[in-house]
Design a protein around this ligand. Structure first.
Ligand SMILES: [Zn+2]
Length: 1041
């Protein structure tokens, strides 16, 4: 039964409430004053609006107040939303039941009739009737418990303070939830601890509820909860407002966590950790738990006014979580972790499909699509930038003031800026609005004017590398954070114009964005990047700065601002790197390149794997396989990363050792054979190195047998590396079977993307089972989004691009159109990147001794481990065409890279530092020396055995570069004319004739290898569409439909 007290503001015969799938039995209104009752005579259901209207036989007068009692029947479903049921099995094989609430934006009304808007707050009282022995939990403490005769118990909870049931979106979240108000019933164990009482006057009881038998795994989170409650009570100078705090690990829980006031729910994986759990997971759990704790004040005590302010509350909760972890565990360097976390956001925000952090929301249904990691993590990043600018202490004082001002009520973004501006005496709204209301972010390009002067210019950064002039008009206020070799204190200069001249000693290193507190990229001249690389072995730049330089270069190469070879060259400077976080980032950026190059000819892929193998094998040799007692956790992490990526690259010793340990672990049940940190890497290496089903089955059985949530997750998510079509299909079948919880399906299929077979099968699977997937998961918008994204985002060929477009062309994509557009734009970026730089990479591999081919085999002295004969340029092109459906274009390097790898062009038309490769400097790509005539200029590149050309050879190369540039300019002019002609033709023809034209065009201009990306960026007049973009691409070679 649902009871609510209402006051009548306008005379009415009817009352309308939200309700869905509820069968109303009776509805009675009782006058609060005189006890007079009226029974509703009819209930009308509006299915579309998801409301019910109760009609009364008499008018309810203005000013009267009524107690409304509604009895209804609802469903306890298995769909992970509304009020749902879940089952789990404990270590002894006993089956336990639980029911819990999970209210997405449209599912709260499935549990009880209500009005759901953030501004409508109320107090809530709850009575639950459940089997005796089950834990019954809600936001508040129990008020009374009565045992009933039928084996049931009736539990009544204390009345809540005033709270709302608004929609909230959370980290690791795939889902929206109606939160704050919640209840859970089920079989749980718990552990508890109390706060000191220092900041509350009374000690607050904190409990962690876990599935039966797993209580010990909640210790870490319990400790974090107690510490962070103390921390926030002190920080905000407001005691924790409720009498108790429970953290509950719920099996079958879709989002990472949700911050119901006093009853925070988590996925088991996000809350529980074994004693030996890895540092990465400790980081992740700490951030999640403390994020939720901060919401108890910043979100629950002060509530957002409207969904448009959601980003602020989520961004701040994340920002605060990092501040607290940094304070509690200073050795963790958690801000480096933060910067690593936002790389995905920087990537998404560099696509045209991105959106501002702050967006107007008219309808709550828009929220799932709009509030993604851009609003979430970019929000947190710009708050960090604000914090670096204002000073963290100032910012925290401002927040404290804000919470005091708005506690127990609602506030919006402007309210916070106004409070901060008043506190800090600076134009906070002016600064923040540029970052939160403009889409994207800038790349700073540095031009060295002389030995003491640089020009810094900001341009919109797009990873597709095709910024139009009309797009490049935005200006951001950029806190430069400039440090130099002689002055390590950041200079607090704000770049709030398009460009700025600065005095800097350019003969030594200098760096912007010190400690990576800013949300932008920086492109340095190659000479300076080289100088920065040389500091890597020293203490001059901290780890996060090295990560920043690496990730900036890795991003710039996708856009063509720098050639991909500059990224590969920079990797050399990491050889003596000791920091785990840096290595983790190296591995990620290298995998990103490998993922796009995945379908390239084998010799190229082997060359790239060889780069990876040499980097990581060295670390394994140094650290070995054992985890000594008392070792620094980050060393253990580094060992695990190194073993994983050296093994992934096929290092024979590491593969053999992994297989040996795997056998002991699986056959002899020797759990010590594989340290917990190595389980995922070893399982992966074994699966990748064989096509055998035996190892695969061992892991499936391990998944079925283990009761440790983290181990289950390892086994399940590694299966996607199964190395044959049969195994890939088995993984898909398992993922979709009842054996795998719905909330774990995405983890099970994510790794399929790492192989060509896996990608193809996943894509086929999605297409063939689309109707079922759609039907089954339609309500779970987050699920569908991610499924689509996992299935298509790794593609890097035109063929797949068109397949994806064609498949979704006749579908109602409204529930996931943003993510679909983002994926398509990402695929386009991959295609452009690959087309632009595949020769550059090939040449770098060759010059640096990672590739062998007929022309250079005799002269080559470097270490060659892959015995594959590479073939000629034409052969590669031919293979590439067969695999990719597009002829790789030998001359698609941006003109900047032709000038010795200058990386300052930004979006302007070819400005350049003009520096060629300095002697002994960064080995810049010689891929640019390819001739578009198809001649083997490469055969003139003799290696002297250390990867450097001789002086005479260098001169020859430079001459060739010049010749080639002139030729390119001629061809560009010619091509522009042809393009105009073709555009005119196309205007006159129907769409169905286009293919024919393109085909003719490509036949006519088979050898016109021109940088179409640049051409289109600067010269094209026609409005650009994706189709047009692809037309241009398809015309760039003899691609055929
Ligand atoms: Zn949150």
């Amino acid at each position: 039964m649902y009871r609510v007290i209402i006051c009548i503001a306008e005379p009415t015969f009817g009352i309308t409430l939200n309700a869905k799938e509820l069968n109303i039995q009776t509805a009675t209104a009782r006058d609060h004053l005189n006890g007079h009752s009226v029974i509703a005579t009819s209930v009308s259901y509006n299915v579309e609006e998801e409301t019910i209207t109760l009609e009364f036989p008499q008018v309810l007068h203005v000013g009267s107040s009524w107690i409304l009692d509604v009895t209804y029947i609802g469903l306890v479903n298995d769909k992970l939303n509304g009020f749902y049921r879940s089952v789990y099995t404990d270590a002894d094989g006993n089956v336990h039941q639980l029911t819990t609430t999970q209210f997405q934006s449209t599912h709260a009304r499935r549990a009880f009739p209500c009005w759901d808007e953030p501004a409508i707050k109320a107090t809530f009282s709850l009575t639950l009737v459940a089997p005796q022995g089950m834990a019954c939990l809600s936001n508040m403490s129990e008020q009374s418990r009565t045992l009933l005769e039928n084996g049931m118990q009736e539990v009544t909870f204390l009345k809540t303070p005033i709270m709302s049931t608004y929609v909230r979106f959370d980290k690791y979240m795939k889902y929206l939830q109606k939160d704050i108000y919640a209840w859970v019933i089920g079989d749980f164990d718990y552990i508890e601890a109390y706060t000191s009482g220092e900041f509350n006057g009374e000690r607050i009881r904190c409990r962690v509820y876990t599935p039966v038998g797993l209580a010990d795994q909640g210790r870490y989170s319990l400790d974090l909860a107690v510490k962070s409650v103390e921390y926030f009570s002190r920080l905000f100078n407001i005691p924790y407002p409720l009498p108790k705090l429970d953290l509950v690990a719920v099996p079958d829980f879709a989002p990472g966590a949700m911050e119901n006031w006093g009853l925070v729910a988590f996925r088991t994986y996000a809350l529980l950790i074994e004693e030996y759990g890895s540092q990465d997971r400790r980081n992740e759990i700490a951030i999640t738990v403390i994020h939720e704790m901060s919401h108890q004040w910043f979100g629950n005590l002060v509530t957002m006014e409207w969904w448009s302010d959601l980003w602020l509350f989520e961004g701040f909760a994340t920002h605060l979580a990092y501040i607290v972890v940094d304070e509690l565990f200073p050795g963790w360097n958690i801000w480096t972790d933060f910067y690593k976390q936002i790389q995905e956001v920087l990537k998404h925000d560099s696509l045209r499909t991105s959106h501002p952090v702050e967006v107007g929301v008219a309808n709550p249904c828009e929220i799932t699509q709009i509030f993604d990691e851009i609003s979430y993590m970019k929000g947190a990043s710009v708050l960090r930038m604000l914090s670096a600018w204002l000073g963290q202490d100032q910012l925290l004082l401002g927040i404290r003031k804000f919470i005091h001002k708005y506690m127990w009520s609602n506030a919006n973004t402007e309210d916070l800026w106004a409070t901060l501006a008043e506190e800090c005496k600076v134009d906070v709204p002016g600064f923040m609005s540029k970052w939160t209301r403009q889409t994207g972010y800038p790349v700073l390009s540095v031009t060295e004017l002389d030995e003491s002067t640089i020009l810094v210019r900001q341009n919109l950064f797009l990873s597709t590398g095709d910024v139009r002039d009309d797009e490049d008009t935005l200006i951001w206020p950029v806190p430069l954070g400039l440090v130099t070799a002689s002055d390590p204190t950041p200079r607090n200069i704000m770049l709030d114009t398009k460009e700025m001249i600065l005095k800097v000693d350019t003969t030594r290193w200098y760096k912007f964005n010190m400690e990576q507190t800013g949300f932008f990229r920086v492109s340095y001249p190659s000479k300076t990047l080289d100088l920065l690389g040389q500091t890597f072995g020293t203490a001059q730049l901290s780890a996060v700065n090295r990560v920043g330089l690496l990730t900036d270069v890795a991003a710039l190469v996708t856009s063509g601002i720098a050639p991909t070879s500059s990224f590969l060259t920079l990797l050399k400077y990491f050889e003596d790197e000791q920091d785990y976080m840096v290595w983790a980032e190296v591995s990620i950026r290298l995998q990103e390149l490998l993922a796009v190059w995945l379908e390239q000819p084998e010799p190229i892929m082997n060359g790239l794997k060889e780069v990876q193998r040499r980097l990581f094998t060295k670390i394994v040799k140094r650290l070995g396989w054992e985890f000594p007692e008392g070792e620094d956790p980050s060393t253990g992490n580094l060992r695990a990363v190194a073993i994983r990526f050296a093994g992934r690259a096929g290092d024979p010793d590491i593969v053999a050792e992994a297989r040996r340990r795997f056998r002991s672990f699986m056959k002899d049940r020797d759990m010590t054979a594989i340290s917990p940190d190595l389980r995922f890497p070893v399982f992966e290496i074994v699966l990748r190195s064989t096509q055998g089903v035996e190892e695969y089955e061992d892991i499936v059985n391990y998944y079925r047998e283990t009761f440790v949530p983290a181990e289950k997750m390892v086994a399940l998510s590694v299966l996607g590396y199964g190395n044959s079509q049969e195994l890939v299909r088995r993984t898909l079948a398992l993922a979709m079977s009842p054996e795998v919880r719905t909330s774990d399906i995405l983890s099970a299929i994510a790794t399929l993307r790492s192989s060509v077979i896996g990608r193809a099968e996943l894509w086929n699977f999605m297409r063939h089972h689309w109707d079922v997937l759609y039907e089954r998961h339609f309500g779970d918008i987050g699920f569908l989004d991610y499924f689509v994204s996992l299935s298509i985002e790794s593609f890097s060929t035109l063929e797949r691009y068109h397949e994806v477009q064609a498949f979704f062309a006749n579908k109602d994509t409204s529930a996931y159109d943003r993510i679909l557009a983002t994926c398509l734009e990402g695929i386009r970026m991959n295609i452009l990147w690959l087309g632009r730089d595949c020769k550059d990479v090939e040449e770098w591999l060759r010059v640096n001794g990672y590739l062998i081919d007929e022309a250079t085999a005799d002269n080559h002295v470097g270490e060659i481990t892959n015995g594959t004969q590479g073939g000629t340029t034409e052969a590669h092109g031919g293979i590439a065409k067969g695999l990719l459906g597009i002829n790789v274009n030998p001359l698609v390097l941006p003109s900047s890279s032709i000038n010795g790898g200058s990386s300052i062009t930004g979006t302007s038309s070819g400005a350049s530092s003009g520096a060629s490769t300095p002697p002994g400097g960064l080995q810049y790509p010689q891929g640019s020396i390819y001739s578009q005539h198809g001649a083997h200029v490469r055969s003139q590149v003799y290696l002297d055995g250390v990867g450097q050309a001789s002086e005479e050879q260098t001169l020859q190369l430079l001459q060739l570069q010049q010749d080639q540039q002139q030729h390119e300019l001629r061809m560009q002019r010619e091509y522009q004319l042809q393009l105009q002609q073709q555009q005119q033709q196309q205007h006159q023809h129907q769409h169905q004739h286009q293919h024919q034209h393109q085909h003719q065009h490509s036949l006519n201009h088979n050898h016109n290898h021109i940088n179409h990306t640049q051409l289109s960026r600067h010269q094209e007049q026609r409005p650009r569409t994706l189709e047009r973009e692809m037309e241009l691409l398809s015309m760039s070679g003899d691609y055929e439909f």
